[in-house]
Design a protein around this ligand. Structure first.
Ligand code: AMP
Length: 279
């Protein structure tokens, strides 16, 4: 397994591999790798990638001023070992200074899907995500890139960016990996105390319990999202949003059914957790 710190080094190697006919997969991450991330590497392998490039970069540009950029868990050594064991063939560990040169001034803005949901609480977040992912696409020349459904809105935004900016690659979205308790795996779960972890289970439970719920108009939708919010609040979480949207457009849905996505964001103590379910 190769490791790269310099963007140029990664770019040269990927270009050479591509010219030699290799099928390249990119798995962008912020590290503190867990089974959710490793499932993306496994998905890349299953799709026949010859080279699987995992990027590990806590991207400062996607964090707001009061967010957890400094506290975000980092463990380069463990991440390398996990990538190797999972079958990655290259790991890219850039520093903020070599990803963002002095006077960096070009950013990518997706202006539709980014606006609602997490975009409300985290202004500038998707601008940071799109910018870094566009840079990674230009460095790794992937045939496809694998993202997790865990960050549903992010996956949609990236797909839109790929379409609208004509990136020549396929976006693959892999299912959410959960702990046995149902909690969606996340690097941020390491912030949770035992008590907070217990409380967090209300999120996946409420999403599971939607089964059998039906509604056919906006009033019914509001009743459903309010019922979910009530369960989360009762468990001791502070709800940011509960939304029931069209899985493709992220616009509010009038009826539940195929193509509906229910998304939740809630604070568990200081930790912001997200989860979703697609029908
Ligand atoms: P992160 O390191 O949190 O930025 O995530 C990197 C990639 O891993 C993103 O595409 C996430 O959606 C994906 N990911 C994170 N957690 C999970 C999970 N529990 N299941 C599947 N994919 C995940």
């Amino acid at each position: 397994m190769r490791t790269f710190k310099e963007p140029k080094g990664l770019q040269r190697w990927c270009r050479a591999r591509k010219l030699a006919g290799a099928k390249i997969a990119l798995v962008p991450t912020m590290g503190a790798l867990h089974d959710g991330h490793l499932s993306l590497i496994a998905a890349a392998k299953r799709r026949g990638a010859d080279e699987i490039v995992v990027s590990v970069f806590v991207n400062p540009v996607q964090f707001g001023p009061n967010e957890d950029y400094s506290a975000y868990p980092r463990d380069e050594k463990a991440d390398l070992a996990k990538c190797r064991a999972a079958g990655a063939t290259a790991v890219f560990f850039p520093t903020p200074a070599n990803m963002y040169l002095p006077r960096h001034s070009v950013y990518v803005n997706e202006e539709d899907l980014s606006k609602g949901l997490c975009g409300v609480r985290r202004p500038g977040h998707f601008r940071g995500v799109c910018t870094v992912v566009a840079k990674l696409f230009n460095l790794a020349h992937p045939d496809f890139a694998v993202f997790g459904q865990k960050d549903y809105q992010q996956a949609q935004v990236i797909q839109r960016m790929v379409r609208d900016l004509n990136f020549d690659l396929e976006v693959v979205v892999a299912p959410i990996v959960r702990e046995p308790s149902g909690l969606a795996r996340s690097s941020r779960n390491t912030y949770l105390s035992a008590e907070e972890k217990e409380r967090a289970l209300a999120i996946s439970r409420a999403l599971r319990e939607i089964d059998g719920t039906t509604f056919t108009d906006a009033k019914g939708r509001r009743a459903t999202t309010a019922a979910i919010a009530k369960k989360l609040t009762a468990a001791g979480l502070v709800v940011d949003y509960v939304a029931c949207v069209d899985a493709a457009t992220l616009a509010p849905r009038k009826a539940i059914g195929k193509g509906t996505c229910v998304l939740v964001a809630a604070y568990d103590g200081k930790t912001r957790l997200i989860d979703n379910r697609v029908f």
